[in-house]
Design a protein around this ligand. Structure first.
Ligand SMILES: Nc1ncnc2c1ncn2[C@@H]1O[C@H](COP(=O)(O)OP(=O)(O)OP(=O)(O)O)[C@@H](O)[C@H]1O
Length: 378
């Protein structure tokens, strides 16, 4: 797929901008703070309804404006659809396809699929487990958009269950216990669905990660980088259905783990079992990347996770849009060249760079200069 036209209204630094795009490589070049990332962030937002830079929508709306609009013409297998999201911080966002308003904005998720490489990716392997859970869940919903609903339900149930546990900690234990059973059932049912989907994803993604690591890290083999899922819910023994677990089959183990931890949970006023406590383990050699890997190995592992996501989505049947946001300035010459070579064949590659020299020669293509809120074809 590729975006053939992007329109922004009051998004980030842009009051109004129209950018005609093509398949192939497009580079946005300009000095710091001119709005290059804002352009690609808009496309990424349309894909996942969240940004790789901020957790809330407020900073995405131009300062002083109440609403932002991102609209993109998206070409998939020769057909064009116009997707639009209206961001209304503090109120419900709205989604449209070809001008028709969708029942729920999250029906947009996954219609545009992006894979973003950015300097923030180092946090993917070195940061908190939450970064890696988000990585998995973002990829999950791009592959299976229906899971955006499961993810939203899970977050809502968890929030409500946590406030109930906080009440319990504050002293109202009997009243909390009475309602907790119902929330346990909800959490176990929806949490198991998310857990099963994550387990399947990790099984599918693992071979791609090994292969991608061997390509980006000099001298490495396919067996050098591994991912594994560590669950707070006891899982079936490997060899049974561990690789392809059925959500319903996980529910009893989930419920008994909740029963076992209930006292603890009430003492701490926090849910301690479920996908929100799980870890995606990323290791190089025999050691985890977090806490052990060198700077170069960490970068290679982060790039491998992104490349693996791209390859997996591509093998699902359609090239996602590749976004390389300010990433080349972070990499040594060898990694730059390797990454450029690997991604050059994607249907659409959008690159941002402060200076043209940062864009590797293998990624020659269209170029836009970005300065003072103007985006001009060079
Ligand atoms: N909500 C907003 N309203 C107005 N301006 C904003 C908003 N959010 C960000 N900006 C402005 O957008 C600019 C940053 O744009 P962007 O991150 O796209 O820069 P860039 O060209 O990618 O720069 P760099 O090369 O440093 O990454 C900053 O000047 C910032 O003040």
């Amino acid at each position: 797929m590729h975006v053939s036209h992007l329109t922004l209204h009051d998004f980030r630094s842009y009051a109004d901008v129209e950018v005609p795009l093509e398949a192939g490589v497009t580079a946005f070049v300009g000095r710091n703070g001119q709005g290059k990332t804002n352009l690609v962030e808009a496309i990424d937002y349309l894909s996942r309804l969240s940004s790789h830079r901020v957790a809330s929508d407020t900073p995405l709306v131009r300062a002083g404006a109440e609403q932002a609009i991102v609209r993109a013409a998206v070409v998939k297998e020769g057909r064009t659809a116009v997707l639009e999201v209206e961001l209304n911080p503090g109120r419900a966002n709205r989604g449209r396809i070809n001008k028709s308003t969708l029942p729920r904005v999250r029906d947009l998720v996954g219609l545009v699929r992006t894979v973003v490489f950015s300097p923030e990716d180092l946090a993917l392997v070195k940061g908190d487990p939450g970064e890696r859970r988000r990585f998995l869940d973002d990829l999950l919903v791009l592959r299976t958009p229906r899971l955006a609903g499961v993810r939203a339900d899970h977050d809502r149930i968890l929030k409500q269950r946590n406030s109930l546990l906080k009440t319990a900690r504050a002293g109202n234990r009997a009243a909390a216990e009475a309602t907790l059973d119902v929330w346990d059932d909800h959490l176990a049912r929806v949490g198991s669905e998310l857990l099963a989907a994550r387990l399947r994803l990790v099984t599918d993604l693992a071979p791609y990660v090994g292969k991608a690591y061997a390509t980006v890290a000099r001298g490495a083999t396919r067996d050098d980088a591994r991912i594994a899922y560590r669950s707070s819910v006891p899982l079936p023994e490997p060899g049974e259905d561990a690789g392809d677990p059925d959500a319903a089959a996980l529910v009893p183990a989930f419920l008994s783990a909740l029963t076992e931890r209930r006292r603890d949970e009430m003492d701490r006023g926090l849910s301690l079992v479920g996908p929100h406590r799980d870890e995606l383990l990323v290791s190089v050699g025999e050691l985890p990347v977090k806490g052990y890997a060198s700077h170069g190995e960490s970068w290679s592992a982060a790039l491998a996770l992104r490349l693996a996501s791209f390859d997996l989505l591509r093998d699902d049947g359609d090239d996602p849009i590749l976004i390389l946001d300010d990433v080349f300035a972070e990499l040594d010459v060898e990694r730059r060249a390797q990454l450029a070579e690997l991604v050059a064949g994607a249907e659409q590659v959008l690159v941002t760079a402060a200076v043209e020299a940062d864009v590797p020669a293998a990624l020659a293509g269209a170029r836009f200069d970005v300065a003072g809120g103007e985006v001009t074809r060079a």
